[in-house]
Design a binder for this molecule. Structure first.
Ligand SMILES: C[S@@+](CC[C@H](N)C(=O)[O-])C[C@H]1O[C@@H](n2cnc3c(N)ncnc32)[C@H](O)[C@@H]1O
Length: 267
């Protein structure tokens, strides 16, 4: 907790952090994600390896089909724990990495790769308006659609998008929104990201969690949740389990596992 707070203050001084990244809690979330990763690294390693292998394998297949390899766009790049950075930098002329926050330590780690571009942007394109209007808005994003990418990756982002926005509206909307209205909004944000990915005129690799299981000390399933996904995906190319929070990371009595799926869209 103390490490997170100190890093938060240092990052605010050292880097350009948008007011949205602070207001919606993205900066704090990015810092605590890195700390959580350190605490849970042995549990997270299989998931990280699955993500990297999926991206490498499917990228090679896409390139074999004759798609060119000039520019790749990575949405939800964050700390780049799940991205085969060297593979992408070695196979594409340009690698554009988009996240609402890139921590200075991430940029420093990869500064030797000169074809990486870190772009700080809100992938939902809603945050500036939400901050001002404090009411639900629905929009299918348009950024990067006309920039002729050869491949797009959405890396464990889809289920995250609605989280901070819903929390913000729950606290700040006036008049107060009902639970149903908040859930409807969260579903819409999630579906709009999927519709956005479908609009690219190149192959898209989508990695996202599709189910969360809460499990007790005896390994019994206590609760099953799905993120805000009530639309149909195509069949996943691969699925795996991610031990996100072993006891006591989430609680003293429960551990959390997520089912993650890898999809190939637009081919
Ligand atoms: C689970 S992390 C993904 C980790 C990353 N793929 C990696 O390789 O380490 C989810 C990421 O989504 C980003 N994110 C959440 N909301 C966003 C938004 N509206 N626009 C852009 N990025 C967002 C977070 O900052 C975070 O880095």
């Amino acid at each position: 907790m103390i490490t997170e707070v100190i890093t938060y203050i240092k990052t605010c001084f050292q880097s350009k952090i948008s007011s949205e990244a602070r207001a919606f809690g993205h900066l704090y979330e990015s810092i605590s994600l890195v700390q959580r990763e350190k605490r849970c690294s042995s549990y997270w390693l299989p998931h990280r390896t699955m993500c990297k292998n999926f991206i490498e394998k499917e990228t090679k297949l896409v390139m074999k089909k004759g798609f060119s390899n000039k520019k790749v766009l990575v949405l939800g790049s964050g700390p780049l724990h799940e991205i085969p950075v060297e593979f992408l930098a070695g196979n594409f002329e340009r690698v554009d990495l988009v996240d609402v926050v890139h921590l200075p330590e991430t940029k420093k780690q990869w500064e030797h790769l000169t074809n990486l571009n870190f772009i700080n942007a809100d992938v939902t394109e809603l945050e500036t308006d939400l901050l001002r209007e404090k009411k639900p808005i629905s929009k299918i994003p348009t950024a990067f659609l006309n920039e002729n990418y050869d491949l797009v990756l959405s890396a464990n982002l889809l289920s995250q998008l609605a989280y901070h926005l819903r929390n913000f509206l729950e606290k700040k909307s006036s008049p107060k929104l009902t639970e149903r209205e908040l859930d409807l909004f969260a579903h819409q944000v999630t579906e709009n990201h999927f519709l956005y990915l479908k609009k690219f005129r190149c192959p898209v690799l989508l990695i996202t969690d599709i189910e969360t299981h809460l499990i007790d000390k005896h390994g019994q399933l206590v609760q099953k949740e799905t993120p805000y996904i009530d639309f149909s995906f195509p069949s996943p190319v691969e699925e795996w389990w991610w031990n996100v929070a072993p006891i006591p990371e989430y609680s003293k009595k429960l551990s959390v596992k997520m089912k993650v799926a890898g999809f190939v869209l637009n081919v």
